[in-house]
Design a protein around this ligand. Structure first.
Ligand code: SF4
Ligand code: F3S
Length: 103
């Protein structure tokens, strides 16, 4: 699953869609982790969609990631500032790709 200490263990390499990106990145195969408070490991995400469909405050939006080995789209935590820490997305993701705060 996602490394909950990614912000210590990785370097912030930029920003996409207003969301911080943590490396290493080597697109299209390696895309890193997106987000801070709500973080999604793009290299683990298989586009299951349960997080996006069930988040009570609609934090996530789809982005296309053609050429990535796991899936050709991912969820961006675009509205992570609105997260209410319900932990539903953390619990529901089948590949444990999401970290919320220190969880
Ligand atoms: Fe949405 Fe809850 Fe996940 Fe926050 S913890 S992003 S509110 S599902
Ligand atoms: Fe991806 Fe997991 Fe959501 S696989 S789409 S982060 S439920």
């Amino acid at each position: 699953g996602i490394d909950p200490n990614f912000d210590d263990n990785r370097e912030r390499v930029g920003e996409e869609n207003g969301v911080d990106v943590w490396g290493p990145v080597d697109p299209p195969e390696q895309l890193g982790i997106h987000g801070v408070h709500v973080a999604v490991d793009y290299d683990l995400c298989v586009a299951d969609g349960a997080c996006l469909q069930n988040c009570p405050v609609d934090v996530f939006t789809w982005v296309d990631t053609p050429g990535h080995p796991e899936s050709d789209r991912k969820v961006e935590p675009t509205y992570e500032d609105q997260c209410i820490d319900c932990m539903l997305c953390v619990d529901i993701c089948p590949v444990d790709a999401i970290d919320v705060d220190g969880s």
